[in-house]
Write a new protein. Sequence first.
Length: 298
Amino acid sequence: MDLLQLEYFLRLAANEHVSKTAEQLHISQPSLSATIKKLEAELGVPLFIRQGRNIALSPYGQAFKVYVEEAFLALNNGKQAIDQLRGTDDCQLNLGLLSPYVWTEVFQDFAALYPEVRINRYSVEGYRYVDQILAGKIDLYLGGINRIEELDNGKIQYTTLYEDDMVLLVHKSHPLAGRTGVDLRECRNEHFINLDPSTNLQQFISALLEQAGFDPTVVMVCDYTLRDQMVAEKHGVSITTRLAAHKTEETDVAYIPITWPAEKRKLGLVWRRGRVFSQSMQKFHDVACDFYRDIQNF
């Protein structure tokens, strides 16, 4: 077996989708399938269970994946150790993101300090960032980490950048506007504007609504850029973070802190436990921590 086969294996294990993985690797689907079949033939066992377009790791694949991840971690650490001894860095960072709209100011600060570092940004759906980190596709993940204790299998490490209150976003003419707080159970008859269900934030919001004991009436699903506008146009209400609501450019919306459920939105940085940081990783980690150190005092 060779490193290319193992890299393809990890990418396919992370995505569980042949065509998507082939597209990311810039190869054809037949080429990817042939590489995996060759690896399986060498090992003498099936690594994946194929179910139409989707696939999943077989018990053999799950066991093998653990050792492949460790091998790539060791190789990467070796490379980073050499780079540190040489005083060099490739000036590149592969970063997984919850949403590109949330972190604009961090990127601006980082670019001003380290214009030589190129950041390759990857949108990571839901809670799949752990697989992407372990597969080596991303160096760091920047986003929501509320469920990280459930996802942590001893192979990841993280730091919390800040914790944010959740708020209800409404039009200024809404009866709730001006309130100092709202219990989500009061909102069961409201029309909700949601984000895509696959997004990390919407999954967190849905968990809050489940705690409140009702399935919301969803009148619209849109992205972050349209949500505030739709509330301003009186299509419904929405749930977001206090920081996001504070930054809205829509003058006709107001936000009310959600008093129950009172769970805060946690956002942070996640990486592979035992990973030797490159200079670019360390620089971004330090800039992000510095930027958000006092964010909750705005």
